[in-house]
Design a protein around this ligand. Structure first.
Ligand SMILES: [Zn+2]
Length: 293
């Protein structure tokens, strides 16, 4: 998608018509508690691509248990030579690369990173991922959890290393603010279902695709669900008040938005409008009497 450099909801977690101009300042606060420390098996290398849509930059995660053999790298990040070399240096030997989703700020550096390290691209499956030798990858139990919504291809990775657990969420849950549903590839109904699954991970730290690690996936997912519900109410109210197009809804729900963020706001609004349409169709179908001739 042209210009889709990142995940952040352009109105952050307030998204009200009044109030300050959205942007980095508004996106600056984690919505739930930040993790005190990273699991011992995780290292973060942050790419130098900060911006209103990428927060501090893309997080590349290097995973390896102590004595666990070659590392696994999640989301090489943008095609930035210095960043990719820093990841390769932090990782040492690499057993493979995993992706949380296909947005360019996460995958543009993939080919160059594979050249630098010789590492294969691994396919995330729902069973624990194994190295070619049949051993657990990087000495860790890594399981993929499909999490469509931000994009159709989004996955989260559940990782357990010697009882230290965490979930890598890509752009499905961010370390600051809330994420955008990148309509039409993204789908709000799918996203809400993914968040409900993530809301069951009580006590699991979150290692997100942007921003700091969070202490509790269930708390973050619960906040995101409430935020989406509030945004749905705002969009439905704007439509009821006469807003007919996504641009008109954006003008009400995201009044005063930085013009650079307007396209992302329109995708997000389109995702909400599509969801409201779906709901309306379902309820009108459901209310038809079944015994009519
Ligand atoms: Zn993304």
């Amino acid at each position: 998608m042209a210009g889709d450099g990142g995940p952040a909801d352009p109105a952050g977690d307030s998204g009200r018509g009044e109030g300050p101009q959205p942007g980095l300042a508004q996106l600056g606060e984690p919505v739930v508690a930040v993790a005190g420390e990273l699991p011992g098996w995780a290292a973060l290398v942050r790419a130098p691509n900060p911006g209103p849509m990428t927060l501090d930059g893309t997080n590349t995660w290097v995973l390896r248990a102590a004595g666990g053999g070659p590392a696994v790298v999640v989301d090489p990040g943008p095609a930035d030579e210095q960043h990719l070399r820093a990841v390769a240096a932090a990782a040492g030997p690499v057993a493979g690369v995993l992706l949380t989703h296909g947005h360019p700020d996460h995958v543009d550096g993939l080919d160059r990173f594979r050249e630098l390290t010789g590492a294969p691209l691994l396919t995330a499956t729902s069973t624990p991922l194994l190295a070619a030798t049949g051993e657990p990858l990087a000495g860790l139990a890594i399981t993929a959890l499909p999490a469509p919504g931000h994009t159709a291809d989004s996955v989260c990775l559940l990782v357990d290393g010697a009882g230290q657990r965490a979930v890598l969420t890509g752009d499905t849950i961010l370390g600051r603010g809330t994420t955008v549903v990148a309509w039409p590839d993204g789908n709000l109904g799918d996203y809400l279902a993914s968040l409900r699954r993530l809301s069951e991970l009580a006590g699991w730290p979150v290692l997100p695709g942007h921003g700091p690690a969070l202490a509790d996936c269930a708390a973050a997912a619960g906040y995101y669900l409430a935020h989406r519900q509030a945004r749905l109410v705002q969009v439905a109210a704007a439509v009821a008040a006469g807003a007919g197009t996504p641009a008109e809804v954006v003008a009400v729900v995201y009044a005063g938005i930085d013009p650079a963020l307007r396209p992302a706001a329109e995708w997000s609004v389109q995702a909400h409008l599509a969801y409201l349409d779906e709901q309306a169709r379902e309820s009108s179908t459901g209310s038809q009497p079944l015994d009519e001739p």
